[in-house]
Design a protein around this ligand. Structure first.
Ligand code: IPM
Ligand code: MG
Length: 367
């Protein structure tokens, strides 16, 4: 039998250096757990633009469509800020999401015990926090037509359109209910049904889908109130489902509850492929952090946790994913800290590669 294929797109900024650490983890699972992958690497974002004049070459797009899973680092950097909108690094990422039809974006916000002091909120508000935001990723205002900057009379007008079909809402709702069934059976849906028709439809369709999940306790919240409740008492939530733009905002907010953006992974999932695996792309929530790129300061944990999500959601290896997450917990409990995690209580400073090596050592110790 051939090994499952993994396409790695390190991207820009700190992407390549955190991905180097993920490669160590992938190699470890191949050598020690008999979980070998056929790994190939390619360009996305600014580095792809530099080489090909486009942030995502058609060949790379085709490879992503064929891969069993895609692992992405980060895209973007100040040197690309002045590029035409159509070839900005972010367009490469958005094209991957859209053409792979990755409609369900899972963004966990989990607070590691060793880092509970690190949040800007009080420790008892965040300790033990474990919530999952399911963000719709292929529609809404990110993609709706009409869009553009147009002349209107003697001034310009900027237009984007929030648009959701019933089926788009239903499929992401279903993925959120399925997830809730595997967790605490609690789902909160967030929109702005008080001011937006797309929000009214969102609420109706989520409620209809919920009829198939009588065991899940469904609630609805306006997204602004949701933001407020997320900072007030985040532990009231288990799974949250929301649209593309609200999900973008709320997931950054939820991420910071846990102390560091450098800790959070994500999975973007689509429909099942012929082999039964979902179309899937995994990436850290943090960006390319150009200010610290190439200095060995970046925290590789979010990207390594993204690979753990790949083990769980693409390759049905929940136990091995838990082994990897456990290894990370051990390393943090032992006080190892990359620069972003260095709080007033101190710790042992480690570089990007030092953190990767320590996680490999913790994996060895787990055998
Ligand atoms: C995210 C990012 C992206 C988004 C950008 C880089 C296009 O903020 O994944 O949250 O807005 O979706
Ligand atoms: Mg974002």
């Amino acid at each position: 039998m051939t090994n499952p294929s993994l396409l790695i797109l390190p991207g820009d900024g700190i992407g390549p250096e955190v991905m180097t650490e993920v490669r160590k983890i992938i190699d470890w699972f191949g050598a020690k757990r008999g979980l070998a992958f056929d790994v190939s690497e390619d360009l996305v974002g600014g580095c792809a633009y530099d080489k090909h004049g486009t942030p995502l070459h058609d060949d790379t797009m085709a490879k992503a469509q064929d891969a069993d899973a895609v692992l992405l680092g980060a895209v973007g950097g100040p040197q690309y800020d002045t590029l035409d909108f159509s070839v900005k690094p972010e367009r490469g990422l958005l094209r991957l999401r859209k053409e792979m039809d990755l409609f369900s974006n899972l963004r966990p916000a989990q607070c590691f015990d060793a880092l509970a002091d690190f949040s800007s909120l009080k420790k008892d508000v965040v300790a033990g926090l474990d919530i999952m935001i399911v963000r719709e990723l292929t529609s809404g205002v990110y993609f709706g037509e009409p869009r553009g900057i147009f002349d209107e009379g003697n001034e310009r007008v900027g237009i984007n359109t929030q648009r959701y079909t019933e089926s788009e809402i239903a499929r992401v709702a279903r993925s959120a209910f399925d997830l809730a069934m595997k967790r605490d059976k609690k789902l909160c849906s967030m929109e702005k049904a008080n001011v937006m028709e797309s929000g009214i439809l969102w609420r109706e369709v989520v409620t209809e889908v919920g009829e198939d999940y009588p065991e899940v306790e469904l609630s609805h919240m306006y997204a602004d109130a949701g933001a407020m409740q997320l900072t007030r008492w985040p532990k009231q939530f288990d799974v949250i489902v929301t649209d593309n733009l609200f999900g973008d905002l709320l997931s950054d907010l939820a991420a910071m509850l846990t102390g560091s953006l450098g800790m959070l992974p994500s999975a973007s999932l689509g429909a099942p492929m012929a082999n039964g695996r979902p179309k899937a792309l995994y990436e850290p929530v943090h960006g390319s952090a150009p200010d610290i790129a190439g200095q060995g300061k970046a925290n590789p944990i979010a990207c390594i946790l993204s690979f753990a999500m790949a083990l769980r959601y693409s390759f049905n290896q929940g136990e091995e994913a838990a082994r990897l997450e456990g290894g990370i917990e051990t390393v943090l409990a032992n006080g190892l800290r990359t620069a972003d995690l260095m709080g007033p209580e101190g710790g042992t400073p480690v570089s990007t590669s030092g953190m990767g090596d320590a996680i490999v050592a913790a994996l060895d110790a787990s055998l």
